[in-house]
Design a protein around this ligand. Structure first.
Ligand SMILES: Cc1cc2nc3c(=O)[nH]c(=O)nc-3n(C[C@H](O)[C@H](O)[C@H](O)COP(=O)(O)OP(=O)(O)OC[C@H]3O[C@@H](n4cnc5c(N)ncnc54)[C@H](O)[C@@H]3O)c2cc1C
Length: 392
């Protein structure tokens, strides 16, 4: 069975690429090993799919080559995707910081992609397992043969859209990375990203704070994010920590400003005559439970007027520059995305085609382009898919 284009993986990037290529008159087959397409879309954004971010810029992505995403992002913009969403009469809203969500359900995005696939005469085979991918080179041109448990298929253009390693329970596999290696393409080391972090052993007493959320400025090197942090039984989560996890390395210290709008030293100094205990005093600025436990564990609880100059500096340092070390992340089963992937040095930034193998394309999360939290990863899926769809 011959096709112009075969796409492996019916997730965000795969389905999008399929109908855009189909609209150009290409005969397209999509192969998905799950029984259902777009499972990650369905659980995304808490079931409402944060499908894009209107402020998307190349700076919102991490990659060995920070310039790689520029071309694709410029050719298919958040506004282009919003037009598609509007065409399908899907109601959406901006939750915060340019993040657009479906008002009703993420299912509407999957239904929209499938409707576009039907219109573009794309064939989709679900519950289909790929056994082998071979490149056949003749004197005229190269093509690809895909052996599956539903038969053999051949195509001129093969698109790998099998995503990253996060959430293995809904079908994530290393197929894309294995295929890239088989064809001699370099892989940038993969790691869980947008993921909660686990405290190093000495900090385990903070488990008492599990469930507490604080507005904070979290920094790793030059990168900072101001949003909530959430204490878990093992470490920290919440949007600011998920964001910083993209930049975290084991040896790297994270600094947290627990009073991002105030200078802790100044407020302690201004109130040096206060007879209030430190935990009560701090609960003017921080959640009660947090002030109580943080004071007991890190600072010392005593009346503010008994805090000396040196001690005040130390307390202020812990409030404005709390240094935290983490042992590990919560791993791929809790990570929203995979950092690393097929090296961008192997691909054309215009088309996502392999520089070594004509007709072999990699799109979406399988590529070493990782977005921040907030709709950026879907925008990369749509944009990289669009770039490939125009070249297959
Ligand atoms: C819980 C959660 C919530 C998220 N929420 C958001 C959000 O709100 N906004 C945002 O921008 N990003 C979000 N993300 C990230 C986003 O879902 C991904 O970045 C995006 O889906 C990547 O698209 P993709 O098409 O590359 O991969 P995927 O959407 O993961 O699709 C890959 C497809 O390939 C299939 N596949 C895998 N291996 C094989 C194989 N061997 N054979 C055949 N098929 C295979 C998979 O079953 C899957 O259908 C979230 C992720 C998670 C885990």
């Amino acid at each position: 069975m011959k096709f112009d284009v075969i796409i492996i993986g019916a997730g965000a990037a795969g389905l999008f690429c399929a109908f855009e290529a189909g609209k150009r008159g290409r005969k397209v087959l999509v192969i998905e090993h799950n029984a259902q397409v777009g499972r990650k879309i369905l659980i995304s954004g808490g079931g409402r799919c944060n499908f894009t971010n209107i402020h998307t810029k190349p700076e919102n992505f991490i990659s060995e080559n920070p310039h790689f995403s520029k071309s694709a992002l410029a050719r298919y913009t958040p506004q282009d995707f919003v037009e598609l969403v509007k065409k399908h009469r899907i109601e959406y809203y901006e939750k915060k910081l340019g993040q657009l969500f479906c008002r009703e359900s993420a299912r509407q995005i999957v239904e929209m992609l499938l409707a576009e696939c039907v219109r573009a005469r794309v064939q989709i085979r679900t519950t289909c397992t790929v056994k082998e991918v071979k490149k056949i080179e003749t004197s005229e041109k190269a093509f690809y043969e895909i052996e599956t448990d539903q038969g053999e298929f051949a195509c001129e253009s093969l698109v790998i859209a099998t995503g990253g390693l996060s959430f293995p329970k809904i079908g994530a596999t290393d197929f894309g990375f294995r295929t890239a290696r088989k064809f001699g393409l370099k892989i940038v080391e993969t790691q869980p990203a947008l993921v909660p972090l686990v405290f190093e052993k000495s900090a385990k007493s903070y488990a008492k704070l599990a469930g507490v959320s604080v507005d904070a400025l979290v920094s790793a090197g030059k990168n900072s994010f101001r949003e909530n942090i959430l204490f878990t039984h093992r470490g920290l989560s919440g949007p600011a920590v998920l964001q910083i996890s993209n930049y975290w390395r084991k040896e790297k210290e994270i600094t947290i400003d627990l009073l991002p709008t105030a200078d802790a030293h100044e407020i302690l100094k201004e109130n040096e005559a206060s007879k209030q205990n430190l935990d009560n005093f701090l609960s003017r600025f921080l959640p009660n439970r947090f002030a109580e436990i943080f004071t007991a564990e890190i600072l010392q609880n005593k009346p503010v007027n008994q805090i000396g100059g040196k001690e005040r500096l130390q307390i202020a340092e812990n409030l404005n520059h709390w240094r935290v070390k983490f042992d590990e992340t919560e791993g791929f089963h809790k990570a929203e995305v995979t950092r690393g992937g097929v090296s961008t040095s192997e691909l054309s930034s215009q088309t996502m085609e392999s520089k070594k193998h004509v007709g072999l394309f990699f799109i979406g999360e399988v590529v070493d382009v990782t977005g921040w939290l907030g709709g950026y990863n879907f925008q990369w899926a749509w944009a990289s898919a669009y770039a490939a769809s125009q070249a297959v």
